[in-house]
Design a protein around this ligand. Structure first.
Ligand SMILES: NC(=O)c1ccc[n+]([C@@H]2O[C@H](COP(=O)([O-])OP(=O)(O)OC[C@H]3O[C@@H](n4cnc5c(N)ncnc54)[C@H](OP(=O)(O)O)[C@@H]3O)[C@@H](O)[C@H]2O)c1
Length: 228
């Protein structure tokens, strides 16, 4: 049985990964910013395998208090899944600077603070795995312009995790990145290619197969390597 921490576990891909880990018999610490409103997650938690914790990933104090409540127990898998698009004003001529700063906190800085806070928990596992959900828009191969806020903050977190993989090369922690596909969620919209179930099961199977030699790699949900 693995102990898994997932951020943004109240809906979309995060909720689906929570459901699938529970089905596998694993224990999930589901970190979300508004537990009162998380009806589906709370229902899942009534089965006893999910602990719901409040964490706003854009707020360093909220991350620190969640870490204090969760404590020092070992965590085998940590998935930095929570993410924000960054609003509608993302074109070169109309970019919302305030929203850009907020989205940087959520998409780029939060995942680093979470990784740092829970490093002892991951190390205590002896074979900790840190998976961060980034995006194909973060890669230099993405062929479209625009989306300045989303693409730059996701490119930022990809670089953060590449650096973490190097800084933690002697730690028993594997650091990897994931493009989850274009997924039918509130973020991906109804015309996306994959269901949240398909994306979540792909991500879980990539995580299952990770070894320390994979630290620093960027994957697609189907297990292929994503170009940087
Ligand atoms: N769907 C796609 O096609 C696609 C493609 C590439 C990458 N991704 C990435 O996949 C991840 C999951 O997205 P999704 O598709 O499942 O979208 P989603 O259904 O919109 O879910 C986003 C999750 O992130 C949480 N979140 C946002 N800001 C937060 C904050 N400050 N603190 C804590 N949680 C916060 C949301 O919580 P609230 O309900 O409280 O807002 C929600 O749980 C994201 O990192 C996203 O960028 C998605």
């Amino acid at each position: 049985m693995a102990r898994v921490l997932i951020t943004g576990a109240n809906k979309g891909i995060g909720l689906e990964m929570t459901r699938q880990y529970v089905e596998k018999g694993d224990e999930v610490i589901a970190c979300i910013r508004n537990p009162q409103a998380a009806t589906e997650l709370n229902e899942l938690a009534s089965g006893g395998k999910v602990t719901v914790e409040t964490m706003d990933v854009g707020d360093p104090e909220s991350i620190a208090s969640a870490r204090a409540r969760i404590g020092d127990g070992s965590i085998d898998i940590l998935i930095n899944n929570a993410g924000a698009v960054g609003g509608a004003q993302q074109s070169i001529d109309d970019v919302d600077i305030e929203e850009w700063h907020k989205t940087l906190d959520v998409n780029t800085i939060g995942p680093l603070l979470i990784a740092r806070a829970f490093k002892p928990n991951l190390a205590a596992s002896g074979d900790g795995k840190l998976m961060t959900v980034t995006s194909q828009l973060a890669a230099s191969t993405w062929p479209m312009g625009g989306m300045y806020i989303y693409s730059s903050t996701k490119a930022g977190v990809s670089k953060v995790c590449q650096a973490l993989a190097l800084d933690w090369k002697d730690e028993p922690i594997t650091v990897a990145l994931m493009h989850p596909g274009w997924v039918k969620t509130d973020m991906g919209g109804p015309h996306a290619e994959l269901t949240a179930q398909e994306s979540a099961s792909g991500i879980i199977s990539v995580i299952d197969g990770l070894t320390k030699a994979d630290s620093g790699k960027f994957y697609k949900w189907n297990g292929e390597i994503h170009p940087w």
